[in-house]
Design a binder for this molecule. Structure first.
Ligand code: ADP
Ligand code: MG
Length: 701
């Protein structure tokens, strides 16, 4: 038997130097890691193409033919080696620009070769540059006619013979010595037959050396399932255990604060969805276990009021609550709207952020400790160790995906004897599949209904030639008393240019919208916080009609009178960002508009994003589209979670597998929460083994 946890340097053909490189470049430390670094594509070498059948779009092809000629052409930088390969159907040109000297010596005209490469269309003439060449008869017969795996590599690895080909050899060598028992099955028999999965040994073998496409698919399917299944099993187990073990405050009372607010202050009727979520939260708060709930709702769906009602329950039971937001502006806005909602009620609402210093900070911290502040609103300053509550009973975080899991957890330590109940609000709708994984350890509530009277935002895509008409439209809207956002992209890599763009856009608008009839605000990241706030405030108060801004307004600002969102260079924004921006309008009773401005030329993916925005207002639908377009690694907020660094599963594509995995994991745990039954022993053992070595899992548990 071979122990797969053996350090990679002991594999024949590796040694200390190459082992070092494998560790550094690919995190391959052990035999097991080598086997579990899967090919990212396969080259189809099961068939040969006929030269006569090739066209400009043939892509990667394998051809068998005789090398007829080999000639050195051109000189200086244009020097190239040109060969002609002929099969029974025709002739194709091969060219090399590098390594000419070596190739001239090793390639022999008249000999038969198997070549592999990509077809180029060079002014109507097809050729292949730098093809792989293998003389017929020399090739390893076992490697011939297969789907050849291609492994991720780097220049450093290539330089040390650890390119795809070199690694293939290592894996082959290792695999030839393995027996079934070396890669033990970790799924119980009943699961294998239920989901119709191939066994683990076979899957690993066929992912590296697939005899045919069916075997490859079966292997991939099995490995994806395994990966997603164990993650879900683990997440659900954490969730179940926490529910059982992490005790929480019992907030049974619904008293004066909640009732007083609900009956006298609540400025509108709650939507059905809001009512349902408040009920869910209430239920959580009396179980005796800590609440850990994710509240998902599209922008403008009314999450704040739900959070406030939850906080009032905590206060009715004699406890404090806090609300943490990811930016100063958003935190301030929350502070303001909570203060307004609660006006006239005998409640202390405090604000804390990095910008609150000195005496002011000291006073707040003292009031907090004395229990005079009932609700503390702020930025991540709230989690600093010197922030001490008298008795924190509920911690609400807004736009949670911007906070790390560790930050969320550090709020837990701020109360005794139990951690506070936790309500996580996310305005970036996340596809269900992704939510299951990113927040798999939380219960999920969804506000899937907008407050009544909201008209869907009218979204249109316009190119530069419509500029004048867009400006005319803006003027009309301002005449109707509405306000307008004009947003410019600003990213770090092109910051200077973006800023210049913003400024020239601002100046152009100033010419179109001159004082005294019009007033403009401008806000961007390079301004001082105080200046930003001043400008924001003027816009919020209706003193200015147009707010020209970079994405700093992306999060949170609430100006119900704003009804037009113009997004410049809209093709440069991601889908979720566009959706967030659009959510800034449509908050009042008036019909709102979102105008996506672009050049004529937009990439295919850009067009897809724009048409998605035009098609739908539904944040969840947009999130699904985003996931499909870009994959989960690019969805905002997922990168730092680390959870989605799968070896083989792709959340965007493998939603079905994920759903199956999740529901099976759930069913197994329903019947056997601690996996004690004999038939579930493979699961239990595998989880125990993985826990000690898998970084990802330790991060979420
Ligand atoms: P978000 O979910 O984006 O945080 P907010 O809580 O900021 O949304 O609510 C958006 C707007 O909708 C606010 O002006 C709020 O007062 C209003 N609102 C919330 N719930 C209702 C409701 N049930 N009926 C009418 N207006 C509501
Ligand atoms: Mg909000």
């Amino acid at each position: 038997m071979i122990d797969l946890s053996t350090s990679i340097e002991y594999l024949k053909g590796v040694g200390p130097a190459r082992a070092d490189l494998l560790k550094k470049e690919l995190s391959i430390f052990t035999f097991q890691d080598l086997l579990w670094t899967f090919p990212f594509r396969y080259v189809d070498k099961t068939q040969f193409h006929r030269i006569a059948d090739l066209g400009p779009a043939s892509g990667d092809v394998q051809i068998k033919g005789i090398l007829r000629t080999l000639n050195l052409l051109g000189d200086g930088r244009k020097k190239r080696l040109v060969g002609k390969l002929r099969d029974e159907s025709g002739v194709i040109e091969l060219v090399w620009f590098k390594g000419i000297h070596f190739l001239q010596k090793s390639l022999i005209p008249g000999k038969e070769y198997i070549i592999y490469g990509r077809i180029n269309d060079f002014n109507g003439n097809l050729n292949i540059a730098h093809p792989e060449m293998e003389a017929v008869g020399v090739a390893n017969p076992e490697e011939a006619s297969t789907f050849e795996p291609v492994y991720p590599s780097t220049e450093k690895l290539n330089g040390k013979g650890l390119d795809s080909k070199g690694r293939r050899k290592l894996i082959k060598y290792l695999f030839d010595q393995l027996i079934q028992k070396d890669i033990p099955e970790n799924l119980p028999e009943y699961l294998l037959s239920k989901v119709r999965l191939v066994n683990r040994f076979e899957a690993i073998k066929n992912i590296h050396f697939p005899p045919d496409i069916q075997a490859l698919e079966a292997a991939r399917n099995r490995l994806k399932f395994e990966e997603l299944f164990f993650l879900q099993l683990r997440l659900l187990q954490i969730k179940n255990r926490r529910k059982g073990a992490v005790k929480g405050f019992i907030f049974e009372k619904i008293a004066d604060y909640f009732n007083g607010f609900f009956n006298e202050k609540l400025p509108f009727e709650l939507t059905g969805a809001q009512k349902r979520v408040v009920k869910e939260i209430r239920k959580d708060m009396v179980t005796g276990a800590q609440m850990n709930r994710l509240l998902q709702g599209d922008v403008g769906s009314g999450k704040t009021i739900v959070a406030l009602l939850a906080m009032l329950i905590a206060i009715d039971n004699g406890y404090q609550a806090c609300l943490m937001a990811p930016t100063e502006i958003l935190a301030q806005q929350h502070f303001q709207s909570l203060s307004e909602y609660l006006e006239g009620m005998d409640l202390g609402v405090g604000f804390l952020s990095g910008s609150i210093k000195g005496k002011k900070r000291k006073a707040i911290l003292e009031q907090l400790k004395a229990g005079e502040i009932h609700i503390l609103v702020g930025t991540h300053a709230l989690i600093e160790p010197w922030v001490e509550f008298k008795n924190l009973g509920l911690a609400v975080t807004d736009e949670q995906h911007r906070f790390g899991v560790a930050q969320r957890a550090s709020l837990w330590k701020k109360s005794k004897p139990y951690p506070p109940h936790v309500l996580v609000m996310s305005a970036t709708p996340i596809p269900r599949t992704l939510a299951m994984t990113l927040y798999g350890d939380l219960d999920v509530s969804v506000i899937d209904e907008l407050p009544p009277g909201r008209k869907p935002i009218d979204t249109i895509h316009r190119t530069e030639s419509y500029r004048l008409r867009v400006i005319g439209f803006m003027k009309e809207q301002i005449k109707l008393g509405r306000q307008i956002y004009v947003v410019y992209p600003l990213i770090e890599e092109s910051e200077a240019m973006d800023l210049a763009n913003l400024m020239s856009g601002y100046e152009a608008l100033q010419r179109e919208f001159p004082p005294p009839d019009f007033q403009l605000s401008i806000v961007h990241g390079k301004m001082k916080a105080a200046d930003k706030d001043f400008e924001m405030q003027r816009f919020a108060n209706g003193e200015t009609q147009i707010m020209v801004a970079t994405t700093v307004i992306e999060v949170g600002v609430n100006v119900p009178n704003a009804s037009v969102m113009v997004i410049e260079n809209a093709e440069r924004f991601g889908l979720s960002q566009l959706h967030q921006l659009r959510g800034r309008v449509g908050r009042g009773a008036d019909q709102s508009y979102c105008i996506l401005m672009t050049d004529f030329k937009v990439s295919k993916e850009g067009k897809e994003r724009l048409s998605t925005m035009v098609r739908t207002n539904n944040g969840f639908e947009i999130a699904e589209a985003d996931l499909k377009l870009r994959g989960p690694g690019n969805i905002e907020g997922t990168q730092q979670s680390g959870i989605i660094n799968f070896r083989i599963a792709e959340l965007g594509k493998d939603q079905k597998i994920l759903q199956t995995a999740r529901s099976l994991a759930q069913r197994i745990l329903d019947h056997d929460p601690e996996l004690e039954k004999p038939i579930n022993q493979p699961l239990k053992q595998f989880l125990a083994k993985e826990k000690t070595k898998n970084r990802t899992w330790s991060r979420i548990s």
